[in-house]
Structures are given as C-alpha cells and as structure tokens.
Design a protein around this ligand. Structure first.
Ligand SMILES: NC(=O)c1ccc[n+]([C@@H]2O[C@H](COP(=O)([O-])OP(=O)(O)OC[C@H]3O[C@@H](n4cnc5c(N)ncnc54)[C@H](O)[C@@H]3O)[C@@H](O)[C@H]2O)c1
Length: 441
C-alpha cells in the first residue's frame, strides 16, 4: 500500500480524498495552482471546512504522508496514479465548463513526456458521458506524445461524497464504479478500492460518467418531490411528516427499484387521474407545484418519442401489439397504447392491433365508455389473431410484455422492423429476421 498518488485539485473532493487515502497508507502529493491551498496543506491545515478533516490532515502532516506542490510535472514523476478532482462548474447557459479539466490534462500530458513507467490517470471530477474518450484521452495523447492503454491508462471513477459527511461517505461508498477504455493493468486500480464496502462495477465507457449524473439528478428530484409534497400538505393542513413516515415505510413500491426501469409511458385508471386531481387542487390553492404539474407533460413526451420512432421507419402499415395500459389486464382507461394508436392514425398510419386480454365485446362500464369516447372505431382495427396482425405489417410495435419474444421472432419477416417500446428485449433470431429498435435501450 505504499504507492504514491498525486491528487490534482485540492478542493472539497481532492482534500478529502487526499486525507482518506493517506490514512489508508498511501503517500499523497496534492497539486493545486492556488498557492494558498498548497501552503495550508504543507502546514498540516485543511484547505476546506469539513468535519474531522482538520485533524486527519494534521495527523498526515505529522507522519509525512501528505505533501503539496503547485508543480504538475514533479507530482506526475513522483507518483504512479494521478487523481483529477478539479472543478467542473456551469457556464452561464448551463453548459458544463471543462476549462479546468482540459488544463489539468495538458499539465499531466506534458509531464508524461518525461515519464518512463506506466501511469494511471483517474478522473473523479463530474463530467458528461463521452468526455473521457472525446476530450480527456485526446488531450493526454496529444500533449504526452504517448498512447492511452499502452503508456498510460485512463479511468473514470466518480465520487459520491457529500459535504458535511464527506469522510464517512468516502469510507462507505454505496458502490464503486471504475470505467476504463483499456483494461491494461486495471489490477492496481482494483487494489485502490479493495477496502471499500459495496459492489465494484467495472463498466463500459460512458456508463460510469452517466451514473454520477443519474445519482445527482435523482437526489435533486427526490428533494423537490418531498418539498412539493410538504407544501401541498401544509396548504391542506395535513401533517407532512406523518405522510412521509407512512409512504416511505413502503419498501416494496415506494422506496424500491419499482417504477425505476425505463419502459413505456404510464397510464391506467389511477395515476393520471390522481395526479390531475392533486395538481388541480394545488392550483385552487394558488400553489405552484412545477414538478408534479410536469409529470403528465413528461409522460406525453414519452409517447411522442414512440410516435417519432415508429414514423422514422418511413413505413405506414403498423401492427400494435398491446392496447391495455399494462400486461395482464383489459383496462383501456388512459392507456398510453390507446393514445399511441390515436396519434398514429392521425399521422396516416394503417393500424392493426392485437391484445390477448382485450375483447371489445367484453368491455363494460367505464372501461367501455372510455374507448367509446376516445377512439370508437378501434373495434375495426382490433384482432385476436396475432398472425394476421403481424403478417401485413411493415412495422411491428411491441407494446406489451404479454408476448413471447421467441414466438414473435418466428412470425417476423426480414423486411419488417420491430419497435420495442416496453423492453421485452431483442429476440435472438431477430438479427436474421427483422430490424430491431428499442425506445431507451
Ligand atoms: N463537492 C462535492 O460534494 C462533490 C462531490 C462529488 C463530486 N464532485 C465533483 O468533483 C469535482 C471537484 O469538486 P470540488 O467541490 O472539490 O471543487 P472545488 O472547486 O472545491 O475544487 C477544485 C480545485 O481544483 C483546483 N484546480 C483548478 N485547476 C487546476 C489544475 N489545473 N491543476 C490542479 N488543480 C486545479 C482549484 O484551484 C480548486 O482548488 C467537480 O467536478 C464536482 O462536480 C463534487
């Protein structure tokens, strides 16, 4: 555990990483262009305010495990791994500003020219998918005159610490994600994290970069959701804390993986109706709930993406498999598949529809009423014979999980295109049988 690590960027992430890795037995060289931060670390003081960090850095100073400099070359030549934790702020228009990442890559690349041994560059700054491959590696290769994967390795390893609890978050990450374009010498990176609890994911390029954005977007979404729920509870004189305690106690549907897999739009007799009722009530109370109000528009946009994907094929004869709002039910009320059918008819498509659970003759009550009000002529398009529905189609839209994909593959012809909007998956035979496109996969 004596390998040296240089850490570029001595802000929140860099300083915490430096102290924690030093405590794990690594020799750390901190690098920052700001001499004030370097001087503080050299004097055994923390450049940032974070509970517990001052003491850790003082201890590292005493045992000589952390030094800090402003010279990138010296740091690269005296370490085997360089962590990059420089800032990636927003530009005025929201675009990611990569100025510091680009500069630090030029500094490290230039230093690599004089380096004889293999060197790892581990990016911890938050960067958009594709940045490692399209920005970081090209700059490092151009400035070093060397090749990634041969003379040096590049890995993206997102950081999940939160300010205020950064040290315990560092030592107890929910998981560790390593992404490298080249697997050469990956063992030395695995060793870096062999102490870490949680799963180690070694992913494909861009996935690791995306995971960080998904985590932060999800955190932000949850905070805003909780606050909007709190606000409407307050306006309705309902105790938000009790509501929260009860709904978060459901770990089967609420605080779980449920509803978190990309698929098709939601629908049915409850979700749209209840969202509308709640947001309408908020409007009556002059309460703005932009997050809740925009869920239905977001859902409709997803249906539009399906329409676009189908029209993009450029063929008009379309087979829709599935009509009810989810597999295993004949409930058509507010089914996104019914909305999709309407939109496609409006675009001039010739539709044939199959759903093994839906027989118009058997629909009763509000279910029958909904279809009469929404799309009364659908009966002429609906068939219970899957073969005849697929036979004449140029595009087959899989909109239900109640279809056997191998059976489906056996019925398809090579001229047909499958658009899978519910993620039943690509049948093995489909390569020879037909073209396949998924909505989000
Ligand atoms: N702050 C957090 O809680 C947190 C958590 C996880 C990930 N991140 C991500 O980590 C990255 C760093 O965040 P931060 O909050 O530590 O930033 P920060 O602004 O606190 O620190 C960045 C440091 O980088 C230094 N720097 C700039 N150019 C440099 C260069 N060429 N060489 C060396 N150092 C250079 C700056 O002087 C500064 O000290 C960002 O991409 C951020 O999104 C932050």
């Amino acid at each position: 555990m004596s390998r040296s690590i240089s850490i570029f960027g001595l802000g929140y992430v860099g300083s915490v990483t430096a102290a924690c890795l030093a405590q794990l037995g690594r020799k750390i060289i901190g690098v920052d262009p700001n001499p004030l931060k370097v001087d503080m670390l050299q004097a055994g003081k923390s450049p940032i305010l974070e509970p517990g960090l001052e003491d850790m850095i003082a201890e590292c100073h005493r045992n000589g495990s952390i030094t800090a400099i402003t010279d990138a070359s010296e740091a690269v030549l005296n370490s085997e791994i360089s962590f990059i934790s420089v800032g990636t702020p927003s530009q005025r228009n929201g675009k990611l500003d990569l100025t510091h990442v680009e500069k630090v890559c030029r500094d490290i690349g230039t230093a690599l020219r004089a380096k004889k041994s293999f060197h790892w560059i581990v990016l911890r700054s938050t960067i958009l998918p594709g940045t490692t491959e399209n920005v970081v590696i090209p700059i490092l290769e151009a400035t070093s005159g060397k090749r990634a994967g041969y003379d040096f390795g590049v890995c993206f390893n997102p950081e999940f610490l939160r300010e205020g609890t950064a040290i315990s978050d560092f030592f107890e990450p929910p998981f560790t994600v390593l992404k490298t374009t080249h697997v050469y010498n990956l063992q030395s990176l695995r060793e870096l994290y062999e102490w870490a609890p949680g799963d180690l994911f070694e992913t494909t390029p861009a996935t690791a970069e995306m995971v960080k954005y998904v985590c932060n977007s999800f955190h932000a979404l949850k905070v805003s959701f909780a606050n909007e729920i709190g606000a409407i509870c307050k306006h309705l004189s309902v105790d938000a804390e009790t509501v929260t305690k009860i709904y978060t106690s459901d770990t089967r549907l609420n605080i779980s993986k449920a509803y978190l897999t990309p698929g098709f739009a939601f629908g049915g007799s409850c979700l749209p109706k209840d969202l509308r009722a709640l947001t309408y009530r908020a409007k009556e109370l002059d309460l703005k709930l932009p997050l809740l109000e925009n869920i239905m528009p977001s859902n409709n946009e997803h249906i539009e993406r399906a329409v676009e994907a189908i029209l993009r094929v450029g063929k008009r004869k379309v087979a829709l498999l599935g009509l009810s709002f989810k597999a295993g039910t004949d409930d058509l009320r507010e089914s996104p598949m019914v909305q999709l059918a309407k939109r496609l008819l409006g675009e001039g498509c010739e539709l044939k529809i199959w759903d093994k659970n839906v027989s118009l003759g058997q629909l009763i009550g509000s279910n029958r009423q909904f279809i009469q009000d929404t799309i009364p002529h659908i009966g002429q398009l609906l068939s219970d014979n899957l073969d005849t529905v697929i036979e004449s189609a140029e595009v087959v839209v899989v909109g239900t999980k109640a279809v056997d994909r191998q059976q489906l593959a056996a019925k398809l012809r090579s001229v047909q295109t499958i658009i899978d909007i519910v993620n039943v998956g690509k049948p093995a035979e489909v390569n020879q049988m037909a073209a396949y496109a998924g909505m989000c996969w």
